[in-house]
Design a binder for this molecule. Structure first.
Ligand SMILES: *[C@@H]1O[C@H](CO)[C@@H](O)[C@H](O)[C@H]1NC(C)=O
Ligand SMILES: *[C@@H]1O[C@H](CO)[C@@H](O)[C@H](O)[C@H]1NC(C)=O
Ligand SMILES: *[C@@H]1O[C@H](CO)[C@@H](O)[C@H](O)[C@H]1NC(C)=O
Length: 459
């Protein structure tokens, strides 16, 4: 009996000796699930972000703008070819059309080459990316099997529900369409222009080949009859002052009573007027400033100059000029214009393949660039432009005596026309600047030091 007691006691003793100390506790967990592969997830994440950085919006933008360029160029070419066929009379007109066609073909070829390069690159990228995406999808599907609580699945269901709800709502409340802007055109539609109404060489006959002149459409009180004149007095490129006349007759006889308003005594220097296509509006001169892709505004009252930077890619310093068959007009990159609604700037840019671009200049403080319109007319086939009633008009050289207003772009409707067919009788072969004056509906031209005006006829 005694022995029986001793043995369990002994066993108890050895057991207590083997047991772990009381502050340590081990516990074995048996998990029926597979371990989550974190390393796999981070690889997938890396691959996805690599994929994202390969495909950028710029890549599609480049392709889109190339296609847009082509889309606009091709109907133009077709139209010009049929015009050439109609006018194949061996005259200058046909030669001019041929020249324009050749220019267009060269540009189209360049577009196609660039498009080819881009598409090849895109094809490679698409193939690579498609494979990467397939792999990623497979991996993600595998990873989803770890989502035993179905969190991801529920999230996806919720997203779908939210989408459906939004669609439902949008159908109930359709988004209001913006109303088109009102056309500011008190005299009706542009029809024709008269023969020369006024012609003078003014104060400096045959002295300055390039310049601009006109009337301020938004004059200060008491200056309603004043005229202004800007002549490019340095190298036929630069000017540093505005000359003012108190009436048309004083301009004609060459008596400048108020005299000059000077921007700076040096010419050229910072803020010098560069190129002839300037305008005066609200006692301020708007022009392309020296060595910049900017519009400058010179306040004639305070003599302060405000600068408006044009978009990147805008051609300047005689890189995007008006041209005709024989020559381009130097430093005509920026053409400022006025009409019933204020000041506009017409220019061209790299991204627009040399086509005319039109922007509204918002005259407030600070000076800002308003809405922009892109056209399909090639700037080098145009000799000048002007605005009337929110419509852009472009001219081309026909011969020494005649210029044609051949093109229009309506900013209200976006409609372009290439069949305007209004002819300008010239006093001198080259129109260096052309601007419409909404106060008296006159078209003012500066041609090789001649100041000429025409009355615009509306219907
Ligand atoms: C496109 O580019 C490739 C490679 O540079 C060239 O072989 C091919 O002839 C080009 N195609 C066209 C239509 O220019
Ligand atoms: C414009 O007016 C001229 C006369 O000045 C006329 O010969 C010509 O036919 C008119 N053109 C149009 C398009 O009405
Ligand atoms: C010119 O400056 C004056 C004084 O600051 C200002 O009242 C006027 O609006 C300015 N004109 C333009 C066109 O900015």
């Amino acid at each position: 009996m005694k022995l029986y007691v001793i043995v369990p006691l002994c066993a108890l003793f050895t057991l207590t000796q083997q047991a772990p100390s009381r502050d340590k506790c081990a516990c074995e967990l048996t998990n029926s699930e597979k371990a989550f592969p974190h390393d796999k997830l981070s690889t997938v994440e890396n691959d996805a972000s690599k994929c994202n950085s390969n495909i950028t919006p710029q890549k599609t933008l480049e392709l889109e703008s190339l296609l847009l360029g082509l889309e606009r160029r091709l109907p133009r070419l077709q139209e010009d070819v049929s015009m050439l066929e109609r006018e194949d009379d061996g005259q200058l007109y046909a030669v001019l059309s041929l020249y324009v066609l050749e220019n267009e073909m060269v540009e189209i070829k360049q577009l196609l080459d660039r498009l080819n390069g881009t598409t090849l690159g895109h094809q490679r990228l698409t193939a690579d990316t498609t494979k990467q995406l397939k792999d990623l999808r497979a991996e993600m599907q595998q990873l989803e099997t770890y989502d035993t609580l179905q969190v991801v699945k529920r999230q996806q269901d919720n997203k779908q529900l939210k989408r459906d709800l939004d669609q439902c709502r949008n159908r109930l409340y359709p988004i209001a369409q913006p109303t088109p802007p009102q056309r500011n055109c008190p005299h009706g539609e542009f029809r024709n222009i008269t023969r020369v109404r006024m012609h003078t060489q003014g104060e400096y006959p045959d002295s300055y080949k390039y310049g601009a002149w006109g009337q301020d459409p938004k004059p200060e009180a008491g200056k309603e009859n004043w005229y202004w004149l800007v002549m490019l007095t340095s190298s036929n490129i630069y000017a540093n002052y505005v000359r003012r006349y108190s009436s048309l007759s004083s301009l004609i006889v060459g008596v400048s009573t108020p005299g000059n308003v000077e921007i700076h005594s040096s010419n050229p220097t910072t803020n010098t007027i560069q190129g002839p296509n300037v305008v005066l509006y609200g006692e301020a001169l708007y022009y392309n400033c020296y060595n910049q892709d900017s519009v400058c505004r010179f306040n004639l009252t305070t003599k302060a100059v405000t600068t408006l930077q044009l978009p990147k890619g805008t051609r300047y310093n005689s890189k995007g000029n008006f041209c005709h068959l024989d020559e381009c007009y130097p430093y005509t990159d920026l053409d400022l214009a006025t009409d019933e609604s204020g000041v506009w700037v017409i220019y061209t840019s790299k991204q627009d393949f040399g086509n005319l671009v039109l922007s509204k200049v918002e005259e407030g403080e600070p000076l800002t660039l308003g809405q922009t319109w892109r056209t399909s007319v090639y700037k080098q086939g145009v000799t000048n432009t002007f605005m009337a009633c929110g419509v852009l008009y472009a001219t081309r050289y026909v011969n020494k005596e005649v210029e044609e207003i051949f093109y229009s772009f309506d900013t209200t409707t976006g409609v372009e026309r290439f069949d305007i067919g209004v002819f300008i009788n010239k006093m001198s072969p080259n129109i260096n600047s052309l601007n419409y004056s909404p106060v008296d509906q006159m078209l003012h031209a500066y041609c090789d030091s001649h100041m000429v005006s025409y009355k615009v006829l509306f219907s």
